[in-house]
Design a binder for this molecule. Structure first.
Ligand code: ADP
Ligand code: MG
Length: 491
């Protein structure tokens, strides 16, 4: 893809983007306590004495969260640090009872990795770019303040306090809003395959701090602004676009960009200043004296490695190797649930040579139907094994493509086994030449003028005869046989 450029009054500008993604770790308990983490619980129902920072309480690291961070790092091809450590990041805020957040500044658990991203997703042949990952560290989430339920009071909900987050920091390697969107989607997809984060951006399980700067071609990086806590791909892209244009306007007006933290307002589609670097906190980081460093053993690392599923890129390559088109392979691997469905259908089908037919059916027919009924693939009325039976009926000639569509309609409506539906409704395709010839004779007799025109050179009429014959046979004639016999009869 050509570089994304914004034309200013002084010529073209290039965008530089880096993302800090906060992903809530999938785990039954918090990072340093046994309190539950399920979404939507009653306020303050999931708060242990540790999360409320009662005096004398001591944090104990949750091994499951460590494992999830390591598995995520491995899935991103990143360097795993065998030795890492927690630091205290000190600041005062009402949603932070400890007065500090436990995080990892100096020695994060995961170091450099990379993510392959295709900005132009609709086009499987478009350029793939590698976006660097700087680091992944573990940290605690804060609680939540609620200001709008009572005119004179604020409330605090500590359910989220102490929940484990992975902060996944990219290098400033992205160059367009589309590329940033593709990066977030790909990252979300991998996290969901790995099972280390549910990727639910609406519930805040995944949110991004978006760093944006602009520069002239080949110039050094400009000063960046950071847009905090953006929680959808669409908003991330809109925030980048707006922020880049704002910076260009400032620079072209003779001003300078001050490094600052900004907020994105989705209703107005603009970013607003929150605080500048001058009043930035001094967090007085220091190693948390209540926690030992994390040391990873060989066994632990191989356990993490062995527990990884086949990841989207590998799956995509495997599907392509089975003859699935690049587009279908991309669509089928984007979401883990879809890939699971397709894998189950392939297993049930047990005929690798039909893999692309299966892919076409899932992408065109199944997705279309699921869209219409508003269901996701996990709630599909057609189970993978039933999809496989249907595909087999087409492959062995029992059903034409048209009849298969009719059978599928019934399956989408009422569920059920395609073979049974074919028997019950008499939808079997017929290749019986005698029966087809009889129908053809009727059709030609009823359309004598058209037959004469056809024989007089109007070739286009052939389709008309096919249509009439199929109609007379209620769609059950084998199209290949119908074609052949019609040619003979008309020739
Ligand atoms: P800090 O620790 O102050 O947040 P980092 O160097 O860790 O700064 O960078 C934070 C994020 O900002 C990273 O994702 C990085 O890629 C991005 N970033 C750094 N410099 C720039 C820049 N000039 N333009 C855009 N993004 C940048
Ligand atoms: Mg930052």
């Amino acid at each position: 893809m050509a570089n994304y450029i914004i034309e200013g009054d002084t010529g073209p500008w290039e965008l530089v983007i880096g993302l800090e993604v906060h992903a809530q770790v999938t785990s039954n308990a918090k990072l340093f306590s046994g309190a539950a983490t399920s979404f939507g619980a009653e306020p303050n129902a999931q708060v242990s004495l540790v999360d409320a920072a009662m005096p004398g309480m001591l944090p104990v690291v949750n091994g499951e969260c460590v494992k999830q961070a390591v598995r995520t790092g491995l899935a991103l091809g990143a360097e795993i640090h065998r030795w890492s450590r927690f630091d205290r990041k000190n600041y005062f805020y009402a949603d932070l009872p400890q007065g500090y957040q436990i995080s990892q500044l100096y020695h994060p658990i995961v170091g450099e990795g990379a993510l392959e991203v295709q900005a132009d997703e609709k086009n499987p042949d478009s350029a793939v770019r590698s976006i660097g990952i700087e680091r992944i560290h573990l940290e605690q989430d804060a609680g939540k303040l609620i200001h709008d339920q009572h005119p004179t009071m604020s409330y605090v909900d500590l359910n989220r306090s102490g929940v484990a987050l992975m902060e996944i920091v990219s290098k400033p390697d992205m160059r367009s809003p589309e590329e940033a969107g593709a990066y977030v989607k790909k990252l979300r997809s991998i996290l969901r395959y790995v099972g280390s984060c549910d990727g639910n951006m609406e519930e805040g399980s995944m949110r991004a701090d978006v760093n944006v700067s602009v520069r002239k071609a080949n110039a050094p990086f400009g000063t960046r602004c950071e847009i905090k806590n953006v929680n959808s791909v669409r908003f991330i892209q809109a925030a980048i676009e707006y922020e880049a244009r704002r910076q260009i306007e400032v620079l072209e007006g003779g001003g300078a960009i001050v490094q600052e933290t900004r907020l994105f307002d989705p209703d107005r589609g603009e970013t607003r200043s929150l605080r500048s670097k001058e009043d930035a906190h001094d967090y007085r980081y220091f190693p948390d004296p209540d926690l030992l460093p994390i040391e990873l053993s060989d066994e632990f690392l191989s356990e993490c490695r062995d527990s990884l599923p086949e990841l989207p890129d590998a799956k995509r390559a495997r599907y392509a190797g089975l003859g699935v088109s690049a587009y279908n392979a991309a669509v089928l691997t984007a979401e883990v649930e879809t890939a699971r469905y397709f894998d189950a259908a392939l297993d049930a089908l047990a005929r690798p040579e039909l893999a692309n037919d299966a892919a076409n059916w899932v992408v065109a027919e199944l997705f279309g139907a699921l869209n219409r009924i508003g269901a996701n693939v996990e709630a599909s009325p057609v189970a993978p094994a039933q999809a496989a039976s249907l595909l087999r009926l087409v492959a062995d000639g029992t059903l034409s493509k048209t009849l298969a569509k009719q059978v599928a309609e019934v399956m989408f409506e009422t569920g059920g086994d395609p073979e049974k539906i074919v028997e019950e409704r008499g939808l079997r395709q017929t290749s019986d030449t005698g029966a087809i010839e009889a129908v053809i004779a009727q059709v030609l007799a009823a359309n004598e003028t058209k037959v004469a025109e056809y024989r007089g050179g109007k070739d286009k009429l052939f389709g008309f005869f096919v249509g009439q014959t199929m109609k007379a046979m209620a769609g059950k004639g084998n199209p290949a046989v119908v074609n052949e016999l019609l040619k003979k009869a008309l020739g």
